[in-house]
Design a protein around this ligand. Structure first.
Ligand code: SAM
Length: 193
């Protein structure tokens, strides 16, 4: 089984007009994605922001829940937040994984947009089960990852689609759905709801 990490990318991402921008870190993204990452067994969650002034904001959340007052009130929250690492760029996240695992991670990107050469969740799940190379799953903010990130990926997952034509999931929901599709434990009970 591959060792899997995820990253929430605040740069380079695009805005509504397709211009490359940098978005702000949010408290909710740090918490909710950490909880999903911990639930599905990821080894780390990188918050990628080139704005150094935002790094202490993330670090304060980590410190509060991992060693501060929050640790005693909700220890399980700290267990999830402990996966959070903050870094300046996608390349820094790759370098950190490489240093830790001794191998360069496969880059797997996500997007709400359909396009050519998308990988199905079943295919990717199989690769993760069979693989020994670490994997970094990238999620975007704003209006999604910029083309220069999408282009360097080893795989681009197919978009999540519901039965409606509404295609505006939050990134937190998209992370949870993606991880469930890749790592869910199959229930043997076919319990009708
Ligand atoms: C607010 S969305 C940006 C949506 C953007 N229009 C796009 O093409 O990805 C932010 C991130 O959530 C994830 N995401 C949102 N909707 C998704 C979907 N339907 N399928 C896969 N990932 C999705 C992607 O990582 C995306 O970069």
């Amino acid at each position: 089984m591959s060792t899997v990490y995820c990253a929430l990318v605040h740069h380079p991402v695009v805005d509504r007009q397709g211009e490359e921008v940098t978005t702000s870190v949010t408290n909710l993204d740090v918490h909710d994605i950490a909880r999903s990452a911990r639930t599905y067994g990821l080894k780390g969650y990188f918050v990628v922001s080139p704005i150094e002034a935002q790094h202490p904001v993330v670090q304060r959340i980590v410190d509060h829940w991992c060693s501060g007052a929050g640790r005693h009130r909700f220890p399980e929250r700290g267990e999830a937040i402990a996966l959070v690492r903050v870094c300046l760029s996608v390349d820094d996240a790759i370098a950190e994984i490489q240093a830790e695992e001794g191998k360069t991670p496969r880059l797997v990107v996500t997007s709400a947009k359909a396009g050519p050469n998308r990988t199905s969740y079943a295919e990717e799940a199989e690769l993760l089960r069979a693989g020994s190379q670490p994997t970094l799953l990238l999620f975007g903010t704003g209006h999604g990852l910029s083309d220069r990130v999408l282009k360097r990926a080893d795989a681009c997952l197919e978009p999540i689609q519901g039965p409606s034509n509404f295609n505006h999931l939050s990134v937190r929901a998209a992370v949870a759905i993606t991880l469930d599709r890749l790592f869910a434990v199959k229930s043997s009970a076919n319990s009708p709801i």
